[in-house]
Design a protein around this ligand. Structure first.
Ligand code: GAF
Length: 378
């Protein structure tokens, strides 16, 4: 296919779809627990144009300088993973609507890929949101969130929870979302943390283990629940299990299963405790909880990696950093740090130097500002 090129003026619609951070609540979403994410000021921009064909679609990624075409009557998984995010969304839309027609789309992103800030949800949700507008599909925002999640399950193969897509679509500037992943009830909580800033340190590593290990973690949690259900039939997920109940299984579970489940149960409580701390401006409590989360992800859930552990440990040398942890699925990507505004430069420079000396890899540091979810560019 030819490279697509059309200007903003020539496009029918421009959508911005952001990446996300998560203050706390990691690997809790698919266990029906709570999460505390928000969109940030890093995004994928989508330029859309109807191309007046019944079914030919052309997509160009400016970042990868690559394009592909497909026919709406013949949508099937591709060998190229990034195409599956697109094709998966198209497939899921087609399960619900027959109103799609041919379109052209140009993607331009400033979200670093594989960094744990969910460029994948931004891609899925921006596409679903844009096509919903362009072809007047009349889907609700929650349906767009679910289309994105199902695309990831069915075409990409990651059995993800709902946090990333929810944050990408539903976020509100200056707030985090306390989301109950069981009921999908949510509350916008203002994030006023002055004089602190949210600083991300991107390890710039993404260990390939990620997808398979992610699905394995989910399975282990579900297997744990299945055993607990023999005695407690009303238990539907780890959401319904207390640490006292889990303690009964200390001998019956493998050590690995016990550790995985106890991390999730602790984390569920930490999220609610952190929201209270945030509301009461007890930022050091929030920060301590973040360190505890990291320790659980490192030692019990085992989804961290040496690069992430190094940066979290390093942050403890600074009184001005009150909390830090790995963020997202794990095995690479970013740490999220709560840093005093006067020390951001000092901290990021020292971390970059120490990280380079240790791993011979350059890290990327940037501030993340809680921002609006997927929307039409004005
Ligand atoms: C990934 C998944 F996509 C989310 O659903 C969530 O489980 C997260 O890892 C871990 O909290 O980003």
């Amino acid at each position: 296919m030819k490279d697509l090129n059309f200007t903003n003026k020539e496009s029918d619609l421009i959508i911005n779809s952001p990446g996300r951070i998560n203050i706390i609540g990691e690997h809790t979403d698919y266990n029906n627990g709570f999460v505390l994410p928000t969109a940030i000021d890093k995004k994928i921009e989508f330029k859309f144009k109807k191309n007046n064909t019944p079914s030919t679609c052309n997509v160009f990624s400016a970042n990868f300088n690559t394009s592909f075409s497909f026919d709406l009557n013949n949508v099937k998984p591709s060998k190229k993973q990034w195409e599956n995010y697109i094709l998966g969304v198209i497939y899921e839309i087609q399960q619900l609507s027959n109103k799609l027609e041919g379109f052209d789309c140009i993607l331009n992103s400033d979200i670093p890929v594989g960094s744990g800030i969910s460029s994948s949800a931004a891609l899925e949700c921006g596409l679903a949101f844009g096509l919903n507008e362009l072809f007047k599909l009349n889907f609700t925002k929650i349906t767009l969130v679910e289309i994105g999640q199902r695309a990831e399950h069915n075409y990409v193969g990651t059995k993800c929870g709902i946090m990333d897509q929810f944050a990408s679509v539903m976020s509100k500037a200056g707030h985090v979302i306390l989301l109950d992943c069981q009921s999908l009830d949510y509350e916008y909580v203002p994030i006023q943390i002055k004089p602190y800033k949210i600083v991300l340190l991107n390890t710039n590593v993404s260990h390939n283990l990620a997808d398979g290990e992610y699905n394995k973690r989910r399975k282990t949690c579900e297997q744990g629940v299945a055993i607990i259900q023999n005695k407690y039939p009303t238990v539907k997920s780890l959401r319904d299990v207390s640490s006292e109940m889990l303690a009964e299984y200390k001998n019956e579970f493998s050590e690995e299963m016990f550790n995985r489940c106890s991390y999730v149960i602790d984390e569920k409580i930490r999220v609610l405790n952190t929201v209270e701390a945030l509301k009461n401006n007890e930022l050091k409590v929030m920060g301590k909880n973040m360190y505890d989360t990291h320790s659980g992800l490192q030692n019990l859930y085992e989804v961290s990696c040496p690069e992430l552990d190094f940066l979290v440990d390093f942050s403890k040398n600074f009184d001005e950093v009150i909390g830090a942890r790995m963020m997202g699925g794990g095995f690479g990507g970013c740490t999220i740090n709560i840093v005093h505004e006067n020390a951001v430069e000092k901290f990021t420079e020292a971390a970059s130097e120490a990280y380079f000396n240790k791993f011979n890899i350059k890290l990327t540091a940037f501030e993340a500002n809680p921002s609006e979810g997927t929307s039409i560019k004005k």
